[in-house]
Design a protein around this ligand. Structure first.
Ligand SMILES: Cc1cc2nc3c(=O)[nH]c(=O)nc-3n(C[C@H](O)[C@H](O)[C@H](O)COP(=O)(O)O)c2cc1C
Length: 368
């Protein structure tokens, strides 16, 4: 079992969608990081369903920090957070829980846990488990903010609607874009919220769901953060981000568009600037050889359409092993594209804190 991520700052996740509480432990955070419960609540609000065409399961996300925080600052001991599950309707799953929802984790969970799994609401595999990640990510975000590093994620495309990209070369412009996203409850850089919501609503009315691509930026990382080969910055981020349910792809910089590039068109040529070594372009997504190169780290993730849709679908009855059909009646998002953005931001913040501590020890977080 691997419910723990990270080496120097480690996140352990526990709970089930319809259990009394879910939670996480973050071990290794340095002492003296301000813990602002308002910013934790704000991050949880960004992940919460908005009511506009999203799941009707709106949890209040009442949380308790039960260790590792004293008088508004981290103590350096493990930080444990508990979040209540108060709005559960397990009855929705009674009738169909032995019918595996196509493209959800029900079938593999049944294979692995041999029928002992808590199937209510997807159990341990539920997107609900991302709430404690977001909450603890907000604490890591504060630690990063203190040293000038910013992280944000926006919707790059959903259906046929596309947003502009983060600026990968101009830190001034990128900082304003990150600020805009962190202040907004609908993470887009252009005026396209209504168009995206219309795409999602059309999917819902069609008893369907829709996916898209999201984009994350990390600003002002020092050059040299990473490891060669197996603990590379991109590899470590990919491992963490791909563990989030619903994310099926990740690409750094130009990513799969390298297929139609040439060395001369896509190499990031260097120049000396008063702020240090910079590159004219950033097709590498700020990473060379597994290490940050001092440019913004930029990556895109593919988010699949929500598996639980209202249409009748073919499946297997896990009790009998026979073919069957399923009509899902639970409360589900027709798209998770908006709500997954703060989750990816939080996961990135946790990974970056872990790697910074590994490279520079706790002293990096003491910089003013
Ligand atoms: C914030 C969030 C909310 C989610 N909500 C739902 C949902 O309402 N219904 C659903 O079927 N899947 C939902 N998912 C996606 C499933 O958790 C995910 O597809 C499933 O765990 C299988 O993992 P995989 O898609 O990576 O294979 C959600 C994921 C996230 C991150």
């Amino acid at each position: 079992m691997s419910n723990t991520l990270g080496k120097h700052i480690a996140l352990t996740l526990f709970g089930e969608s319809h259990g009394p509480q879910i939670g996480a432990v973050l071990d290794g955070m340095p002492c003296g990081i301000e813990v602002d419960e308002k910013s934790i609540a704000a991050a949880l609000t960004r992940r919460r369903p908005s009511g506009r065409g999203e799941t009707a399961r709106v949890e209040q996300d009442n949380f308790r920090l039960i260790s590792g925080v004293f008088e508004g600052y981290t103590t350096g001991e493990p930080i444990c957070i508990l979040i209540e599950n108060s709005n559960v309707r397990s009855g929705d799953y009674d009738r169909t829980h032995l019918l595996a929802r196509p493209s959800h984790a029900d079938y593999v969970s049944h294979v692995v846990h041999k029928g002992y799994e808590d199937w209510r609401g997807g159990g341990h595999f539920s997107g609900r488990l991302t709430a404690p990640i977001v909450a603890l990510g907000a604490i890591c975000g504060k630690a990063l903010e203190k040293i000038g590093v910013g992280v944000a994620t926006h919707i790059l495309s959903c259906g046929t609607v596309s947003d502009q990209s983060f600026d990968g070369v101009d830190y001034g412009k990128l900082d304003s874009q990150i600020h805009l996203i962190l202040e907004s409850n609908f993470p887009v850089l252009s005026d396209i919220q209504a168009q995206i919501e219309a795409q999602i609503e059309a999917a819902r009315l069609n008893q369907d769901s829709i996916g898209g691509v999201i984009q994350t930026a990390v600003s002002h990382l020092p050059a040299g953060l990473g490891e060669p080969w197996f603990d590379s910055l991109d590899g470590t981020l990919a491992n963490a981000i791909l563990s989030i349910g619903g994310i099926k792809g990740i690409e750094f910089g130009l990513g799969f568009d390298f297929k139609s590039a040439t060395g001369s068109s896509c190499n990031d040529e260097f120049y000396a600037s008063p702020e240090g070594v910079r590159t004219y372009s950033n097709n590498s997504g700020g990473i060379n050889g597994g290490y940050s190169n001092g440019m913004p780290v930029i990556f895109n993730c593919a988010v699949k359409p929500t598996p639980s849709i209202a249409r009748e679908q073919r499946t297997i009855d896990m009790a009998t092993g026979e073919n069957a059909t399923i009509k899902i009646i639970g409360r589900h998002d027709p798209a998770i594209i908006r709500r997954i953005c703060p989750v990816v931001t939080a996961m990135t913040e946790i990974v970056i804190c872990d790697m910074l501590k590994g490279a520079f020890s706790n002293s990096i977080f003491e910089k003013k």
